[in-house]
Design a binder for this molecule. Structure first.
Ligand SMILES: Cc1ncc(COP(=O)(O)O)c(C=O)c1O
Length: 367
């Protein structure tokens, strides 16, 4: 048997094999990151179509060659306003943003301090930077502080954290991390992928708390309903990324349709105050009902609500039974989450009604 076949069989035997599936539009979907239900919004579609009509299907090259469109710069101005940062730089995706930001900020002589539950793109960016990587216990500022103080490095120190954690839905202690980062002379990078569009009137948690890290990274593919990523930072840092960030320099610019749809999503968010807070209220109601029913939601404080089951086969089986009842909540298994904490990850969205929430909790309870 080939090495690939052998690996797949091992994954199958431990309940960890993943498969691509096409889900029908009929199902009650708790596995989408389209939190504000904007991917199908008429204005978002319209702006994508207009962008294609005006600029074509592709940008035709990298931003530094001939691919830099006025539309990219319009979007960057809007993202800077949204996050309250001086400027923004659009990348091909959130993953490419984190990769590009970390590999350009850190090198061989530097140290990256990374929350243990950071997203894979931050983990891979840190590894690819060739810096020393020190992982601190999840959300634990004391441990972070100990690691910082015991580090003998003379190079740059960079603290990296998600603001909302993608598989737990809890929120990093950003005020304390920011304070520590400033006191220790570190650079601070905060990934707001799951908070943009939802927290802080759409601008994210740093904006809500009045914190200005060195770099905020984000994505256009979750609450904004489309595709692409961005880094928000100072004008000087933006120029630095334009010159040094390989996943920005050596790749084709984001296509016009994606830029247009993101601009449309920002128009909707800016003209409809309260979308994020309505979503958070709905999620709080879902969490309350789950906890009352006896489920553990693992510290969630956002629209991402995990129901931790434990072993992978049990999580998979619950997910399948729920799907038979018309509710989609994909089972998340190791290595995406630590072993023994396989879970169903529910994301509440504005497409859900209070009745949907009630129905889902009662199906879960019955199962
Ligand atoms: C915290 C976090 N950062 C970055 C990303 C990557 O974003 P994208 O899907 O735009 O590549 C994701 C999810 O995919 C994420 O959950």
């Amino acid at each position: 048997m080939s090495f690939a076949g052998k690996t797949l069989r091992e994954l199958e035997n431990s309940g960890l094999r993943r498969q691509l599936r096409v889900h029908s539009g009929e199902i009650l979907n708790f596995s989408t990151n389209d939190y504000l239900n904007l991917s199908s919004h008429p204005l978002v579609r319209k702006r994508a179509i207009e962008a294609v009509e005006l600029f074509g299907a592709g940008a035709g090259g990298s931003r530094l060659m001939a691919g830099n469109l006025s539309l990219h710069e319009d979007l960057e101005r809007e993202l800077a306003l949204l996050t309250g940062m001086k400027t923004a730089l659009v990348y091909g995706s959130g993953f490419l943003t984190n990769l590009g930001v970390l590999t350009s900020l850190a090198g061989r002589n530097d140290v990256i301090f990374s929350d243990r539950l950071n997203h894979a793109s931050l983990v891979d960016g840190a590894t690819a930077s060739r810096a020393e990587v020190r992982r601190y216990r999840h959300g634990n500022v004391e441990h972070l502080s100990d690691l910082l103080r015991s580090s003998g490095s003379v190079g740059r120190k960079i603290i990296v954290t998600d603001s909302v954690f993608s598989m737990d839905g809890d929120v990093a202690p950003l005020r304390d991390i920011h304070k520590l980062s400033t006191a220790e002379g570190c650079l601070l990078v905060v990934d707001e992928a799951h908070a943009i569009g939802v927290f802080g009137s759409g601008g994210g948690i740093c904006k809500e708390l009045g914190i200005c890290p060195d770099v905020i990274t984000g994505t256009l593919s979750k609450a904004l309903g489309g595709y692409g990523g961005f880094a928000a930072c100072s004008a000087e840092m933006r120029e630095y990324f334009v010159n040094r960030s390989r996943s920005f320099v050596y790749t084709t610019a984001l296509p016009p349709a994606s830029v247009g749809s993101a601009l449309g999503a920002l128009e909707v968010i800016n003209s409809t105050p309260g979308m994020g807070s309505s979503l958070l209220d709905l999620a709080a109601d879902f969490r309350k009902k789950l906890v009352e029913t006896g489920f553990d939601v693992n510290g969630s404080a956002s629209q991402i609500v995990p129901v931790v089951i434990g072993e992978s086969p049990a999580a998979l089986s619950l997910s399948r039974s729920l799907e038979d009842k018309g509710v989609l909540a994909v089972a998340i298994r190791p290595p995406t989450v630590p072993s023994g904490t396989a879970r169903l990850r529910f994301s509440v969205t504005l497409a859900h009604s209070s009745d949907d929430i009630l129905r889902t909790v009662s199906e879960l309870e019955r199962l």
